[in-house]
Design a protein around this ligand. Structure first.
Ligand code: T3D
Length: 257
C-alpha cells in the first residue's frame, strides 16, 4: 500500500516509519503524499490512540530530496501542494503525535519533528536548519514553531547559521522532550507511545486545541474556548472513569472515549 514509508499499528500506537534509508529518508513527492495519507488514516482510526513518526536506518529525515530539485521548480507551489497538506494533516490530528528522532533531522525533516507534539531524541540524533546552505528559508511551518519553542533570537541563530545541534543541546534548548540512549531506543519510544495511548485521548486532543487556540485569542476569548473544551472533556467516559477510580482508590482504565 505504501512504498516510501511503512505503516503499522501495535498496542493502539500507529507507527509511521520513513523508509528511504539510503537517502537518509529524504522527502520525495510520493513520500509527502504517503505521510499525508498515513496521518489521515491514523487520525480517523478509533483503534489508534497515539502516533509515532520515525525514520528507518541512521536518519530521521534529511529534508527535501535534492536530487528531485531542478530550476523549473516553483518552490511556493511545492509547499502549497506537497508539504502544506502534510503539515496541515499533522496539525489537525486530535491524537498525540511523537517524533522519534532516531538520527539527523535536516531541512523539512527538522520541520516535521517540530510540528509533532513530542520529540523523543536519540543520543545519536542531531538537528540541522539545512535550508540556508541551499539558499532557501526554513519552510513547512519551521519558523512558526521554532521561535515559540526556543525564542526568537535562538531560532534566528539556528536558521541563519545552519549549524548542527546535537541531542543534548536540543534538550537544553527545549527542543527535546527526552534524550534516549541508543541501547534503550526502541523500548523507551514504545513505552512512551503506549503510555500516551492509555491516557484520556479526548482530553489530550482538547489540550492540543486549547494551546493552538491560545495563540490567536485574547485572555477573555481564551477562557470561553476553555469552557467549551472542558464541557466536552467533562462529558467523556474517561472523565467518569478518572473520578470513579479516584474515589474507589484504584488505577483508572481509560478507553479514549
Ligand atoms: O521546493 C521546496 O521548497 C522543497 C522544500 C525544501 C525543504 C528542504 O528540506 S530544503 C533542505 C534539503 N536538505 C538538505 O539540504 C540536507 C542535505 N543533506 C545534508 O546536509 C547531509 O546529508 C546531512 C547533514 C543530512 C547528513 O550528513 P551525513 O554526512 O551524515 O550524510 P551524507 O553522506 O551527506 O549523506 C548520505 C547519503 O544521503 C548520500 O548519498 P550517497 O552519496 O551515499 O549516495 C547523500 O547524497 C544522501 N542525502 C542526504 N541528504 C539528502 C540526500 N539525498 C537527497 N536529498 C537529500 N536531502
Amino acid at each position: 500500500m505504501f512504498e516510501t514509508i511503512t505503516y503499522s499499528i501495535e498496542n493502539e500506537v500507529a507507527w509511521i516509519i520513513l523508509n528511504r534509508p539510503d537517502k537518509l529518508n529524504a522527502f520525495t513527492e510520493q513520500m509527502n503524499k504517503e505521510i499525508t495519507k498515513a496521518m489521515k488514516q491514523a487520525s480517523s482510526d478509533s483503534k489508534v490512540r497515539s502516533i509515532v513518526i520515525t525514520g528507518e536506518g541512521r536518519a530521521f529525515s534529511a529534508g527535501q530530496d535534492l536530487a528531485e530539485v531542478d530550476e523549473s521548480m516553483d518552490h511556493g507551489e511545492v509547499l502549497r501542494t506537497r508539504y502544506g497538506p502534510m503539515m496541515k494533516q499533522l496539525a489537525n490530528c486530535e491524537k498525540p503525535v511523537i517524533a522519534a528522532v532516531n538520527g539527523v533531522a535536516a531541512g523539512a525533516g527538522f520541520s516535521l519533528a517540530l510540528a509533532c507534539d513530542f520529540r523523543l531524541v536519540s543520543e545519536k540524533a542531531s538537528f540541522v536548519q539545512a535550508f540556508i546552505h541551499v539558499g532557501l528559508i526554513p519552510d513547512s511551518g519551521n519558523l512558526y514553531f521554532l521561535p515559540k519553542l526556543i525564542g526568537n533570537a535562538k531560532a534566528l541563530e539556528l536558521a541563519v547559521l545552519g549549524e548542527k545541534i546535537r541531542a543534548e543541546e536540543a534538550k537544553e534548548l527545549g527542543l527535546a522532550t527526552k534524550v534516549i540512549s541508543h541501547d534503550n531506543w526502541q523500548a523507551e519510544v514504545s513505552e512512551f507511545a503506549e503510555r500516551l495511548a492509555s491516557m484520556p485521548t479526548k482530553a489530550i486532543g482538547l489540550i492540543k486545541r486549547s494551546i493552538q487556540a491560545s495563540w490567536n485569542m485574547n485572555y477573555v476569548e481564551y477562557l470561553e474556548q476553555e469552557a467549551y473544551g472542558q464541557r466536552i472533556a467533562g462529558l467523556s467516559e474517561d472523565h467518569k472513569e478518572g473520578v470513579s477510580s479516584f474515589v474507589e482508590k484504584r488505577k483508572p482504565t481509560f478507553k479514549g472515549n
